[in-house]
Design a protein around this ligand. Structure first.
Ligand code: F1P
Length: 347
């Protein structure tokens, strides 16, 4: 993970729309909406990007599951940048959704894709090739983090072209990105602590994942990784939604993973955690190094290294990937080739 993020930033000397292809500047200047189309893990990177693009570039973003969007009668908007995200670039649903968007008259297309020779890159006018290298496993891991890094660069490029990024902000964001490989290495160093948690999870059949704001998609991805490779049933919810249903599932038998960085939503999240504890649920909290969340009865805490707020999803997801990986190893499942799944779904 640290290497592929380092590769992503290699040669990036500043925020340039041209990182996304020739002519990107003109396209980014024209659009006033973004439509993201993707499946599975790639869909969750799109959901994270929505938070970034809307808060930094101030452009409205719609994120759609490609397998649904392709069949839906949606209302097109002419000045839309259609962004497809795909590790393989061959996912049939995402390709069909792209064609559907084009058939509705939306012609500005960009893909964030890991395979330069793929159908997706051929079909889109603009392209950003992620530098995840070859992923051995079926479940997407470094493809996801490189997608997030690319989407953060896209956020900054959209903000810059539309006059919403000062030189000072650009320098700050880029500096934070350059620190990512070191920060991810510190997350990887937490592995022994995560292994101890994973052994608890391996004995369970269910788990809940909670997050808020831009960490809600990270909770979704953590739950998906656990499902895909360990076959433990896992669900993710925005923590504020707990009281609207999922709280009924919480007992002493329910491990509840909470993505809890010190952001503006932390106090709200803490009250959601109390709701879990009051029902006997076991909390497994990924907090920040300076967090005031402390371990106690039924509250396990791992602290992530100090990090830059907006990029925190990239660090948190690595800890959740490790949790899923070690739960799978503890259960003896085939981590690289989960049953019933294919690396790219071309039908
Ligand atoms: C989408 C995806 C992956 C998942 C699995 C099946 O693929 O859902 O996220 O890990 O491999 O396909 P892609 O469009 O990103 O290649």
């Amino acid at each position: 993970q640290p290497r592929v993020i380092g590769d992503t930033l290699d040669g990036v000397t500043g925020i340039m729309p041209e990182l996304f292809g020739d002519g990107a500047y003109n396209v980014f200047k024209q659009i006033d909406r973004v439509l993201i189309l993707a499946c599975g893990t790639s869909y969750y990177s799109g959901l994270t990007a929505k938070y970034w693009i809307e808060s930094v570039a101030k452009i409205p973003v719609n994120v759609e599951i490609a397998s649904e969007y392709r069949y839906r009668d949606s209302v097109p908007h002419p000045n839309t940048l259609v962004v497809t995200i795909s590790q393989s670039g061959e996912t049939a649903d995402t390709l069909a959704a792209l064609k559907h968007a084009r058939s509705l008259g939306m012609e500005h297309t960009l893909t964030i894709c890991n395979v330069a020779t793929s159908a997706m890159v051929r079909e889109c006018k603009l392209a950003y090739i992620t530098r995840a290298g070859v992923e051995v496993g079926v479940a997407s891991t470094k493809a996801f983090t490189t997608q997030l890094a690319a989407l953060f660069l896209l956020t900054l490029a959209l903000a810059q072209v539309n006059g919403r990024l000062s030189d000072e902000e650009e320098t700050t964001h880029l500096k934070a990105m350059r620190h990512l490989p070191v920060a991810i290495s510190s997350v990887l160093a937490l592995e022994p602590l995560i292994i101890a948690w994973a052994e608890d999870f391996a004995r369970k059949e269910n788990a809940l994942f909670l997050g808020r704001g831009m960490h809600y998609p990270i909770a979704l991805e953590g739950a998906l990784k656990l499902k895909e490779i360990s076959y433990i049933h896992a669900e993710a919810y925005p923590a504020g939604e707990l009281k609207h249903g999922p709280l009924a599932l919480v007992t002493e038998e329910m491990p509840v993973v909470t993505v809890a960085p010190n952001d503006a939503l932390i106090e709200k999240l803490k009250s959601n955690m109390q709701e879990v504890r009051a029902r006997g649920g076991q909390l497994y909290v990924f907090a920040d190094v300076d967090s005031r969340i402390t371990p106690g009865e039924g509250v396990h805490v791992i602290r992530l290294p100090e990090h830059y707020g907006l990029l925190s999803p990239i660090l948190h997801v690595v800890s959740l990937q490790l949790l899923a990986y070690h739960a799978a190893v503890a259960r003896g499942t085939d981590v690289d080739k989960p049953r019933n799944l294919a690396k790219s779904v071309t039908v």
